[in-house]
Write a protein that binds this ligand. Structure first.
Ligand SMILES: NC(=O)c1ccc[n+]([C@@H]2O[C@H](COP(=O)([O-])OP(=O)(O)OC[C@H]3O[C@@H](n4cnc5c(N)ncnc54)[C@H](O)[C@@H]3O)[C@@H](O)[C@H]2O)c1
Length: 280
């Protein structure tokens, strides 16, 4: 699934510019659940797992969501369900990334993939691919979307990092490298964008119950030569005080909160959702 492919682009046209002013601070309970009405969001890796939950949450809050993923059927089906727009693209192809809509108010950089191997056996092309999808694509998306946010005086960038943006684990050199880079990119954007009403933050979860993790459980069982149950209990959650996987909807709720009207002073930070892992 990680090999470059020809883009099978969804819509032929760019998204219409958003002209809706920022919502007033302090939503009443009756409007809180539509607090993103009139906003446009772009979510990468939105066809599955955390990205899917984010796209659903943002759409439920009233945003028009650009569902970006290389998984064509799942992206189109989700876009149809939430009234969004599907963009079937491979984010490892830089030219393709540069064709995504630039005129959005919210960017959720979420697409990611994992490869588990010791450094001395790690395939260089796989390392480079992970950097392209998880670092270069977010950079390319932001360099094209920030000017519109600056012009409108409002924007939200949420980068789905990981506890591995803050801590390392063996066998995950490409992923840990990419997530640390994403945390750095997010902070630089926070500094540059502050004067324009745009915030940039990371949400950094521990293990979330998604297909990416389910694949890792199987991979790690092979690498460590232990059962899948032992991988979850003893390897994955060993450093977590809370011994259960996070649900994608819980991550989406944090993303939605960062996109809301009360978080304008939260920028350049990383919201850990790791069951106490980084408290160690
Ligand atoms: N699941 C976890 O435990 C966990 C924990 C911390 C952080 N994260 C991060 O959350 C994000 C989402 O992870 P998930 O667990 O929901 O994964 P997932 O595998 O369920 O979904 C990832 C999505 O990204 C898409 N994608 C991957 N490569 C792509 C490419 N080249 N072009 C376009 N789309 C591509 C996939 O098609 C898929 O739909 C990732 O950045 C991951 O690193 C996940």
């Amino acid at each position: 699934m990680e090999t470059p492919q020809s883009p099978d682009r969804g819509p032929a046209q760019q998204a219409a510019p958003s002209t809706v002013p920022p919502p007033a601070a302090g939503p009443s309970p009756s409007t809180a659940d539509r607090l993103l009405a009139g906003r446009t969001a772009l979510v990468t890796g939105a066809a599955s797992g955390i990205g899917r939950a984010c796209a659903q949450a943002l759409a439920a809050a009233g945003a028009h969501v650009h569902v970006v993923d290389k998984a064509a059927d799942a992206a189109k089906s989700l876009a149809e369900t939430i009234g969004g727009t599907a963009w079937v693209v491979d984010l490892s192809v830089p030219d393709t990334v540069d064709t995504l809509p630039a005129d959005v108010d919210i960017v959720v950089n979420n697409a990611g993939l994992q490869h588990v191997a010791p450094v001395h056996e790690f395939p260089p092309d796989r390392f480079a691919l992970i950097q392209r999808v998880m670092v270069e694509a977010p950079f390319r998306i932001l360099r094209r979307t920030l000017p519109g946010m600056y012009e409108r005086g409002w924007g939200r960038v949420v980068n789905i990092s990981s506890v591995h943006g803050l801590r390392a684990s063996p066998y995950k050199s490409a992923y840990v490298t990419a997530k640390h880079a994403l945390e750095g990119l997010s902070k630089v954007v926070a500094l540059e964008a502050a004067e324009h009403g745009v915030t940039s933050n990371c949400v950094s979860p521990g293990y979330v119950r998604t297909p990416l993790v389910e694949n890792q459980i199987a991979d790690q069982a092979r690498t460590h030569g232990i059962s899948e149950e032992e991988v979850v209990g003893r390897v994955m959650l060993e450093r977590s005080a809370i011994k259960r996987l996070i649900e994608p909807d819980d991550v989406a709720e944090a993303v939605l909160w960062l996109c809301g009207p009360r978080t304008g002073h939260i920028t350049g930070t990383s919201l850990s959702m790791d069951g106490g892992w980084t408290a160690n």
